[in-house]
Design a protein around this ligand. Sequence first.
Ligand code: ADP
Ligand code: MG
Length: 544
Amino acid sequence: MLQIEHISKTYRTGDLVQRALDDVSLCLRDSEFVAILGPSGSGKTTLLNVIGGLDRYDSGALIINGVSTEQYRDRDWDSYRNHSIGFVFQSYNLIPHQSILANVELALTISGIPRSERRRRAADALARVGLGNQIHKRPSQLSGGQMQRVAIARALVNDPDILLADEPTGALDTETSVQVMDLLREVAKDRLVVMVTHNPELAEQYATRIVRLRDGKITDDSDPFTVASSLPVEHRSLGRASMSFLTAISLSFNNLRTKLGRTLLTAFAGSIGIIGIAMILSLSTGVQNYIQSIEEDTLKDYPLEITDSSINFASMYTQQDSGERSAPEGVVEEWQTVSNLFTRVSKNDLAGLRSYLESDECSVYDYVQTIEYNYNLVPQIYTDRDGEIRQVNPDHSFAALGFTTNDSMGSLFSSFSSTDTFRPMPDDERLYLEQYELKAGRWPQRYDECAVVLTSTGHVADITLYVLGLKDPKELDTLVQSFAAGEDSEIESVPGQYSYDDFLGLEFKLVHSSDYYTYDEDYNVWTDHSEDPAYPSFSRSATA
Ligand code: ADP
Ligand code: MG
């Protein structure tokens, strides 16, 4: 049983506020065929996505089998989406160059089921939708109705409790629509099917219950269902999703969101094509919105980067398989992993690339959202907190462990060994206006203004707090030093809490490289003070 209680959801795009769901309450039985009818824009898709855990809502509660989802974490949502829900969309989202058997099988690949078992289950699911004798065909060899049946088979192969279908017959003619509806009615005999449609005739003919939506509100329900609201609502962890790979990816993406991990992962994501893997996985579950959000998230966090020099990490792992002949019996041959890694550093002609990108013959703009150029400039930033002057960029917190941003190593390593907190703002404001929500203050407008980036759950890394001076950086120094010395150390076990105001108005000092030098009249030379910690001759300040 699924309870939707007083759920509201608004979309904000720029100044436009759109109330997609307005205090919707709906209780769904374990097994029924619910059709959601309503004009375009009435909130049908939003409601379906909320039920499927694809979209969050602003207020209200979603209660699944008596368990509140209020305290669900990402992992619980993954588990819910993967075990309990099957999705079917108007566009079938099949992978064109794979057989339909492979398409259905892919939905199981992620759940750790052995291959032969996957094959059998996929073939069974296709047989159930009446395509048992066509399993080796490709999607392009099928009619629209048949493709939609493949999509339904794919949604059912995990045996979910709930099947959600968003205008599944929207692209089909009447005759094939009927076949698909027959199938959904069959499916609804032992599970909950929620189908969004704009076709009232089909809804009336097939569904057991019709819910009408208008302007985000339920205006009519042909067969309401209520449960005593005194039902105890408990929170229970669903445990680990067995779709462990995707879960693992999303978990590791989250855990590695710290600066160090992020840059490391950028290097890896680019080279082993993890983005591609994530996209195929999400394709296979047919979750269009999810794909889009992964796509946008990954591209924001892991854009395609072209650097002046790079190493091919992939070669380090794949070289062994790629045609390496066996060593003769009795002989042990060297496998040149590290030496290849360092000698195969490739150099890119970035100046040439830029002039090409800016020339008329360049057609790449049709395929990219934005192109940004970064130069290896390292702003020298200091904090002055109650007279304590500390350089916070480049960051030296881990110097005791041997981590430093050493320019002489070149951009090759500095980009992923750096622990710097400061990053340049993108030139293209869409990159942050669309991805981030402004919580307080305003977006930076001048070159010397900064924004503090929080995680999607409203957290900020402790290393950032040290840099901002909201936590005492000496505490971090002590921690790092005692770690380096192999001593045990203790940290505050209760995470700190801050208000938005704590972050607003923080000031930093930006020192121009030229300001490190003073002219020495006596000797007619310029003296370099950059190594002198007691020489912060501050010229400019920056404000958070
Ligand atoms: P339906 O499926 O009934 O056509 P939707 O649930 O897609 O309606 O949309 C409900 C309302 O919310 C519409 O006014 C739509 O413009 C708005 N909306 C839906 N998705 C978004 C989004 N991602 N960003 C902004 N507005 C949206
Ligand atoms: Mg819709």
